[in-house]
Design a protein around this ligand. Structure first.
Ligand code: HAM
Length: 424
């Protein structure tokens, strides 16, 4: 026997057992996005490498260390998307969706980052991603956050997540803050770990993001970006806080929240949880008012967020409101050539009426088939032998509750099972 081929590290299969939960998360989100007027987009998984280098930033972990980049057969450098925002902006510009327009868009699908895999952190993971374009005021920031909060409520995980928000101001305000921060960090350089020393030179705001416990004091005592905001950003942030409070959304202002992608301006936010171990971010986002122009479009205000589906699925599985499983209504057991032939047609007729029907396949007597029926989770077994086939009747046996098997004519089967399974 040849050696089995292993999956790529950090890339997971989603098995049929897990799919109802995935679909529940995706369908719930889909309905909520529609309720706020967001239209779905589907984007390529591959983009030109330059798109991500320019938008996420050359000196970020994603671009420096985590991208799946390769040359295609024509020698062009392509990258499997590590996130969706850059592609969304690229698509918005390429398709003329952004100039002088208001757009509310969403997409979902796999993203790829070559990170060290651990629970909740994968190399192929999936995001729900929403973006809005053309709106400057804090109203859309509030809408984005309210939409995410509604999703947590619908999934039954609202009590497990908490919101942190911050403002990074305009690029000019951020530059002033950056100088102050660098001066502060230089004064405390002896206390910085190796990573932070490197970031001090390349991307000093990211020092605030360090997870190293030994850096805690340096970070806690660092100057706050909120003291360096320009007036307009300050007003924007205060109004957003008021809107969230008006709508009963609790939050904590965290001036150390800086995010790992360079395109953000003003509002940034993150929904965190204590239930998933080290990977605590369930949903993250913010404003990126400069990105459309940076990628060759007209200046266009923008904001969005992305939620990790694997992390949401895990939260719902462990603590939320799991969906009712899509179990079969009926398992069709048939023994004998005439019975098997009739079962195929009868099962089709039941499916025509909207029932989920699994037809026994493979050999086996009634005993073995009924064991399979039980394992399938079906509510009823329909049992058919050649003798019943000749008389055009079938046995119907409840599998989940008490009750005797009863015989009924084929013509009565669908009505009876519809009444029992769907109440119609
Ligand atoms: P991000 O913080 O890089 O932001 O990712 C957003 C979410 O994706 C995280 O909060 C987390 O739930 C999930 N996630 C990230 N990396 C992984 C991973 N390796 N394994 C599993 N889940 C992961 C963005 O991607 C921005 N594009 C969000 C955004 C949209 N900003 C504006 N619009």
């Amino acid at each position: 026997m040849s050696k089995a081929i292993q999956p790529v590290r950090g890339m997971n299969d989603v098995l049929p057992d897990e799919m109802p939960l995935w679909r529940h998360v995706e369908d719930t989100a889909r309905a909520i996005f529609a309720a706020y007027g967001y239209g779905e987009m589907r984007l390529p998984l591959l983009e030109k490498t330059e798109l991500f280098a320019r938008s996420i930033g050359e000196v970020t972990d994603i671009v420096e260390k985590e991208m799946y980049t390769f040359e295609d057969r024509s020698g062009e450098s392509l990258t499997l998307r590590p996130e969706a925002t850059a592609g969304m902006v690229r698509a918005g510009i390429s398709n003329g969706l952004l100039h002088n327009q208001i757009q509310r868009l969403w997409c979902t699908g796999p993203m790829f980052r070559h990170e060290r895999p651990q629970k909740g952190r994968y190399r192929q993971f999936h995001q729900l991603n929403v973006e809005a374009y053309g709106l400057t005021g804090p109203g859309i920031d509030a809408e984005m956050i309210l939409m995410s909060a509604r999703l947590w409520r619908a999934l039954g995980v609202a009590d497990l997540v908490r919101l942190e928000i911050n403002s990074l101001g305009t690029p000019a305000a951020r530059a002033t803050y950056r100088d102050t921060l660098v001066a502060y960090l230089r004064r405390r350089e002896a206390e910085l770990d190796e990573d932070s020393r490197r970031r001090l030179v390349t991307n000093p705001l990211r020092v605030l993001d360090s997870k190293n416990p030994e850096m805690r004091a340096v970070i806690a005592e660092a100057p706050s970006i909120l003291d360096y905001l320009d007036d307009e950003s300050r007003r924007h942030f205060d109004e957003l806080c008021a809107l969230l409070t008006d709508n009963g959304v609790q939050f904590r202002v965290n001036p150390r929240l800086v995010r790992g992608l360079d395109y953000y301006t003003r509002t940034v936010f993150e929904w965190l949880t204590d239930r998933l171990g080290a990977q605590d971010a369930v949903c993250s986002g913010g404003r990126y008012d400069g990105l459309v122009e940076l990628l060759g479009g007209q200046p266009t205000p923008a904001i969005g967020w992305a939620a990790g589906i694997e992390r949401l699925v895990e939260l719902v599985r462990e603590h939320g409101k799991p969906p009712p499983a899509d179990l079969p209504h009926v398992y069709f057991a048939a023994v004998g050539a005439a019975a098997e032939r009739a079962a195929c047609t009868l099962a089709e007729r039941l499916r025509d009426r909207g029932l989920r029907v699994v037809l026994n396949t493979g050999a086996g007597g009634f005993k073995a088939q009924l064991r399979r029926a039980d394992r399938s989770g079906a509510a009823y077994a329909v049992v058919l032998g050649d003798d019943e086939a000749a008389r055009r009747v079938a046995g119907v046996k409840p599998l989940r509750e008490r009750g005797e098997q009863q015989e009924m004519p084929w013509d009565a089967l669908a009505e009876y099972l519809l009444r029992c399974c769907l109440g119609s």
